[in-house]
Ligand binder design. Structure first.
Ligand code: IDC
Length: 487
């Protein structure tokens, strides 16, 4: 009896476990969903070639004080991914001359390595930022910079997570003669080790000189140029420069921004923030918000009297933190952090007999609101014109019209349904020649023939009727004769 109970217990556990695994199957981290990033035209695109907007937080200066650095930990990264919706974290490693406390070089690199490992475990993209502040010309510490990037490139070249930012905010240095050559040298050294990761190039005048970079860009793949803004300080003029430069073809990323003033003080400028966000969201330009600490300044995302290092409640965020949280919630996926791979509940691998069967219908376990505005369908990796299908709720039902399906070649086909929250569902179906139909036609003909053969039954009846009629006639005649003879 005990054994049976034990067995039952194991079976139930297995059942619960397999459902749980199934539930997790549906969710993947940003890096699992988007994989290797690259630069195409003005966009950062993911492994499927879709424009991908990096959204994240920047750390405070790593190496500047170990206290603020504590905010980058496994729990905080998982939490901000799942609760806020970030997909990226930027690690600001202050360059020499900016260190207020005196962590040894090795200790500091050990810290950053741990931080990158947390980000990899959380499935986030991670920007390793050589945080130039003073002096403004990065050439002054070029050798250290090269050393620094070689160290991380060797460790992480095979990870899709890693992004290198080679100079935070260069200033008082000329792009054409000095900054560009610094950038080329550092890029060249990184490329010897990591030949495809994205590299963010710092622009002159505190990462405001994207127009100069547009005039004289660096040769090479997967390069984006940094542009920084603080919404309460940088307004129309800066926004116009961004739009003009991007429109002319320069790929740009906002590797650092704040909605307060550039000195990290003041209130959130909601109007200006809104204007900036319209542009960034329109062009899918990535942005990292400065900064994740509880330091007593407006730029901080966590309130000064809150000492928790993760799992913050909304009310524990500063005005800046709340603005960021609220903005992340404006994206279609309520829980943006995780990209969904949806299941096809009905219709997977179905067969459609050409010129015979009706619409091809798929039911997908995704909320229809994610398809209704902006969802897309790809058949055999080609975008399908919306005339060829209809969609409706319940969860999401897609009907590929018969008239369209009948134009497809006989054989196997793939369908990819893209939802506007970065989720998607994949399936296949096949179009079959109407051989079955031909077979059926043959059968019908055979049946018709058979019917012709068996038709004599009807004739038999007529014969029977004739015989009976004749018999009754004969009897009547005989009867009449008998009567007559009796008379
Ligand atoms: C600020 C920090 C502040 C720190 C100061 C100097 O918020 O706590 O005392 O740096 O280290 C930038 C810089 C960034 C600045 C930030 C806000 O990249 O390091 O951080 N800012 O002033 N550029 C424009 C603004």
């Amino acid at each position: 009896m005990k054994r049976i109970k034990y067995l039952l217990f194991i079976i139930i556990l297995f059942f619960i476990g397999s459902n749980f695994v199934h539930a997790l199957d549906n969710k993947v981290t940003p890096v699992e969903a988007h994989g290797n990033l690259s630069v195409e035209g003005i966009s950062i695109v993911d492994k499927n070639g879709n424009p991908f907007q990096l959204r994240g937080v920047s750390s405070h200066g790593i190496g500047l004080t170990s206290y603020y650095h504590k905010y980058i930990n496994q729990d905080s990264l998982n939490f901000m991914r799942d609760n806020w919706g970030i997909n990226t974290v930027r690690l600001a490693r202050y360059t020499p001359n900016n260190d207020a406390d005196y962590l040894s070089y090795l200790n500091r690199e050990e810290l950053i390595k741990n931080d990158i490992d947390y980000a990899i475990k959380a499935g986030l993209y991670v920007i390793v930022d050589w945080h130039v502040l003073k002096p403004g010309d990065p050439n002054e510490h070029k050798d250290e910079a090269i050393e620094f990037f070689k160290y991380y490139a060797n460790l992480y070249k095979d990870y899709p997570n890693i992004i290198y930012e080679i100079a935070n905010e260069p200033h008082d240095v000329d792009w054409n003669n000095k900054l560009k050559t610094y950038s080329e040298e550092v890029i060249n050294e990184i490329r010897k080790i990591d030949d495809d990761a994205i590299i963010i190039v710092g622009t002159s005048g505190y990462s405001h000189g994207i127009d100069e970079a547009l005039e004289n860009p660096i040769e090479g793949d997967n390069l984006v140029y940094s542009y920084h803004f603080y919404a309460a300080t940088n307004k129309d003029k800066y926004r116009e420069r961004l739009v003009n430069t991007v429109e002319k073809g320069l790929p740009v990323i906002i590797s650092e921004c704040g909605m307060i003033k550039a000195d990290a003080k003041g209130n959130v400028d909601f109007d200006s923030a809104n204007e900036w966000m319209k542009i960034l969201d329109k062009y899918k330009i990535g942005y990292m918000v400065w900064q994740l600490t509880n330091k007593d300044e407006a730029a901080s995302l966590i309130k000064n009297d809150v000492t928790k290092l993760s799992d913050w409640e909304y009310d524990e965020l500063t005005e800046h933190g709340k603005w960021f949280f609220d903005h992340l919630k404006t994206y279609p996926n309520d829980n943006m952090l995780i990209t969904n791979i949806y299941n096809i509940i009905e219709g997977e691998n179905q067969e459609h007999i050409k010129d015979k069967d009706s619409d091809v219908i798929f039911k997908i376990d995704a909320n229809y609101k994610f398809f209704k505005n902006g969802g897309k369908i790809y058949i055999d990796n080609n975008l399908l014109n919306s005339d060829n299908y209809t969609s409706e709720s319940g969860s999401t039902i897609i009907k590929l019209k018969k008239e369209y399906i009948d134009t497809l070649d006989v054989g196997n086909h793939t369908i990819k349904v893209l939802f506007n929250n970065d989720g998607y569902a994949n399936s296949s179906f096949s179009v079959i020649k109407s051989e079955i139909k031909e077979e059926e036609q043959i059968k019908t003909i055979e049946n018709n023939n058979n019917e012709e053969i068996t038709n004599p039954t009807t004739n038999d009846n007529i014969v029977m009727h004739l015989i009976l009629f004749n018999l009754s006639l004969l009897i009547m005649i005989l009867l009449k004769r008998k009567i007559n003879s009796n008379i």
